[in-house]
Design a binder for this molecule. Structure first.
Ligand SMILES: Cc1cc2nc3c(=O)[nH]c(=O)nc-3n(C[C@H](O)[C@H](O)[C@H](O)COP(=O)(O)O)c2cc1C
Length: 188
């Protein structure tokens, strides 16, 4: 991936910054992408959008389509917006922007101005979904499945205990969010 750090990304348009690749061309390791790098999940359009940080889930194939899946707590504002808009992005950032990225996971956009405060530059994809100019990899997704597993759906005691504990508070249950990957963008 070429570096464009020497230019002012804030002044560049989406087409200058990103090029489309196929899901098969993604060269990142999936366990690093999901479990170590983490990612910003963003839903909404230019006039109103919201992001949170995700750390679980994965990439795979569902009904012959490339998909991402995320595990999102039911009370997240971003989840509400995914359900409403039906499309969203997952954005991955270089280390230099990690602190700002993690800021998106520090408070809810429902009752804060975090999307205005964050020092990342929002950008609209050609399809109208929202991401950030500082991202190095973006998946645009179309919501395909929302599932809420029950503690009894898990087959190990460890998982049952974890889920039972996690579900104790109202609205703390987790939704598994599957989205077909409609576009993959990488920084030029
Ligand atoms: C490193 C990190 C990983 C996170 N992973 C998840 C996750 O996988 N699922 C989830 O529901 N929340 C996760 N969170 C918490 C949300 O990102 C956080 O509560 C966020 O402020 C929710 O914002 P929202 O209510 O504006 O959507 C994570 C937070 C951090 C800092």
């Amino acid at each position: 991936m070429k570096k464009t750090n020497h230019v002012n990304v804030k002044e560049m348009g989406f087409g200058q910054l990103f090029e489309q690749i196929s899901p098969e061309e993604i060269s990142d390791n999936v366990f690093t992408l999901v479990g170590k790098d983490f990612f910003a999940i963003t839903a909404g359009k230019a006039d109103h959008y919201n992001s949170m940080i995700g750390s679980g889930g994965g990439l795979g194939v569902l009904f012959k389509k490339p998909v991402t899946w995320c595990v999102i707590r039911a009370d997240r504002h971003t989840l509400e917006m995914i359900e409403k808009e039906r499309t969203y992005t997952l954005s991955y950032f270089p280390d230099e922007h990690r602190e700002q990225m993690l800021f998106l996971g520090s408070k809810s956009g429902r009752d804060s101005g975090k999307m205005k405060e964050v020092q990342l530059t929002s950008v609209q994809t050609p399809s109208g979904d929202m991401s950030f100019k500082e991202a190095r990899l973006i998946f645009e997704c179309k919501l395909t499945e929302l599932t809420t597993p029950k503690p009894d759906d898990f087959c190990t005691q460890e998982a049952k205990d974890y889920v039972t504990e996690a579900y104790k508070e109202e609205n703390h249950y987790r939704k598994y969010v599957f989205g077909e990957i409609t576009h993959v963008w990488v920084r030029k």
